[in-house]
Every structure is written in C-alpha cells, then in structure tokens.
Design a protein around this ligand. Structure first.
Ligand code: AOF
Ligand code: ZN
Length: 379
C-alpha cells in the first residue's frame, strides 16, 4: 500500500484509517463467502469511536457494527469503509441509509462496490443527503483484499488459485511440501478458499485436507477421479469436519469393472455411506469442474497440485488452468531441498510457446521455504 495517489479531499490520515478498516475486514477472511470482507472505522474529533467488520453472510454489515459502537457519537463524525456502503435490501438493510440516519458528516470509501445492486448507488444516496463522500482511498489495497468478490462480480466465475510445492531442483513435492506447509501457508489457503481440488492420485498419500487455522471454515474438498477405485478409508472421505465431493469421469468409471468389491457393494455406495457426494461427469474438463464448484457455492477454488504420481490428471489441471486462463493466481512454495534421483518430472509443462509472465509478483518466507505468488495476465 501507500502506492496509491490520494484522491482529492483525502489526507494521509484518511489513508491510515482506511488501512485500519482493511485490517478489521481481514478478521473475517474465509468466513464471509459469498460476501466480501469489509471493515469500518468511525472517527470523531481525531478519536476512534466505532469499529466493525462484516463477520459472515446473513449477519450485519461492517457499518452497522461500527455505528452500534459509536452510538450518538456518530453524529458529525467521519466513517471509513473499505467497500462502498450498500444501498439495497439483501439479507440485511442498506448501510447507506443507516449512515444518513446516524448523521455522519463525511464518509471515506475504499473502493466502489461492483455489485450491480450497489455500483455507485450507495455513494449517491450519501451525497444526496448532503454527506461529503471521498472515494478511492487505498483503492488498490481495498480491491485486492476482495479480489475473490471482485472477480466473481466481473465474471460470474470462481476465483482460482493454482498451488504447488517444489524442490530446488524443480521436482514436485507431494508429501514433503505438504507436511512442510501444514498449519502454515497451506492451512491459510484452505481457510481462504471455499473449495479445494485434488486429484485421485493425491488421495493415495492420505493427506489431511483440513485447515488448522483457529475456527477455520473448512473448504469443500473436491476430488477429481478417473475411476471410483479409490481408497475409501482415506482421511479425505471423513466428512465429519468438511464436505467431500467426488467428481468422477463417467466413461472411465464404466470401463473400470473393478469398481465393485468382494462384498458386492459398489465403491460409489461405500463413498456415499461415508457421506461423500459422488457426481458422474460426462466431461471432466476444468471448466465443468469449476462450474459444479460454483453451483455449490464456491466463489474461490484452490487447485492443489501434488505431482503426477498415478495419473495424468495433474497435467490436465495445470494445463487447462493456464491454457484457458481459468486460474487467476499462482502460489508456489519452494523448499530448500534437492531431490536428486528422487525428482519427478514437473507436474505440468506450460503449454505456451511464448513466455508467460506473471503480474504483481510478491514473495515471502514460510519457515525455511520461499513462497512466490503472482497473477496470470487477464484478457
Ligand atoms: C457493505 N458492508 O460489510 C458488506 C457489503 O445480502 P447482504 O445484505 O449481506 O448483501 C450482500 C452484498 O452487500 C454483497 O454482495 C456486497 O455487494 C455488499 N456487501 N456491503 O456496505 C459490508 N459485506
Ligand atoms: Zn451494507
């Protein structure tokens, strides 16, 4: 942050309060889907008199909590909101009117809400009531904080993040990488995403696909399967903590005659008995997979690539993600280890002839590992 130029009528102090709103909003990361994360701070005579964030869809918006705390002190005060106040009756009543009613003097908005039900109307309502409104303070930061919501509003698609871990010599880290990141970056990614996609091959390593963040909302675990010949006792099929969905390739399943066990029960029945949802897919393309996820309410999807151990699905995932620009973001964890003779082929070769340059690249350390993040260029 700090890169943004300040809009007219805004000061560095305003920017600092806006960053505070973003910090408040982040308290609810991974908990508000399909809603955005939003924070609000109310300031009167240089003193913070109200604070709030949107905790969960269906619960009041950030402004409502901040107004409650401020009470009568809101009158004549300045409200900072990281996203334009809403102007519609959704699950909750319009915040624009609540701010008018509380007689705020000034409202500072981070970024305009692209929701067609809001889209500038909240700002209009405030201005018509004589409230001074400044828009675009820490805009880039506020936008990025809600990149999932912004993407969904623009495209009607889930926001897709591709992740994998690799060694210094470019090998895939299935187990090693994941045990390294369990409780760290991986756990955060699971918490932030509504769904996580792994392939049938990864199930054989019996990974724990659960976030260990405190009070984490667990993602829907989606398994892409070439057959239903899966190890039914795997942890990922324990649906007591998180839901599991198997998307199986119909054709491959028909060809796979082993899908009945000695006891005569089909594996589909066994999975269903464990509470797993099984859907036969005519066409197991990433596009279809993502639309099934979206239909089930996933606005963000983590493509968790763990290496080409048993099948070509990992290749398929990575290639389609890049090829069809189905992925928006990539997060790669590089561990300080050389696999040497144990090195597997990289899980996916980028299909592009041209160089594929990432945008807005950043990096940080997680333990001994380096995490590199970047965005695929969007058309
Ligand atoms: C705000 N403050 O804290 C949030 C907003 O169904 P509802 O009533 O929760 O409305 C959801 C929409 O409201 C959501 O799609 C987005 O446009 C806006 N979210 N607005 O003023 C908030 N979470
Ligand atoms: Zn609202």
């Amino acid at each position: 942050s700090g890169e943004d130029t300040l809009p007219q009528g805004a000061s560095e102090v305003d920017a600092a309060y806006m960053r505070m709103c973003v910090d408040l909003a982040r308290e609810a990361i991974g908990k508000t889907s399909p809603n955005p994360i939003v924070g609000c701070v109310i300031v009167k005579d240089g003193r913070i008199v109200g604070r709030g964030f949107h905790p969960k869809a269906g619960e009041p918006h950030a402004e409502v909590f901040a107004l409650r705390e401020a009470g009568p002190l809101a009158q004549g005060a300045t409200a900072y909101v990281s996203l334009e106040p809403c102007n519609h009756h959704g699950r909750t009543p319009p915040c624009s009117q609540a701010l008018v009613k509380a007689k705020l003097k000034r409202v500072v908005v981070g970024v305009v809400d692209p929701n067609p039900q809001v889209g500038g109307k909240g700002i209009k309502t405030l201005r018509s009531a004589g409230i001074e409104v400044v828009v675009g303070v820490e805009e880039a930061l506020c936008w990025k904080t809600n990149e999932v919501f912004m993407h969904r509003m623009r495209t009607g698609q889930p926001f897709v993040t591709l992740r994998y871990s690799m060694s210094m010599d470019g090998g895939f880290l299935g187990n090693i990488g994941v045990s390294n990141v369990q409780g760290g970056l991986y756990s955060k990614l699971l918490q932030e995403n509504d769904a996580v996609i792994i392939t049938d091959a990864a199930v054989y390593d019996d990974p724990i696909i659960l976030s260990s963040e405190p009070n984490a909302k667990q993602p829907l675990r989606v398994i892409l399967a070439r057959s239903l010949d899966l190890p039914v006792e795997s942890k990922v099929f324990d649906t007591s903590c998180a839901k599991t969905l198997v998307l199986a390739d119909q054709q491959a399943c028909l060809e796979n005659i082993q899908s009945k066990n000695a006891d005569g029960k089909s594996l589909e029945d066994k999975l269903q008995a464990r509470g797993v949802d099984v859907v036969m897919m005519k066409d197991l393309t990433l596009e279809h997979v993502l639309s099934v996820c979206y239909q089930r309410g996933a606005t963000s999807v983590l493509l968790d690539s763990r290496g080409p151990v048993f099948s070509g699905l990992e290749n398929f995932l990575g290639q389609q993600a890049v090829d069809e620009l189905a992925a928006q973001k990539v997060v790669v964890q590089v561990a300080p280890v050389f696999l040497g003779e144990n090195r597997t082929e990289p899980g996916f070769r980028m299909p592009h002839d041209d160089l594929l340059m990432l945008e807005s690249v950043s990096s940080h350390m997680v333990g001994q590992d380096v995490v590199i993040e970047g965005y695929f260029q969007q058309p």
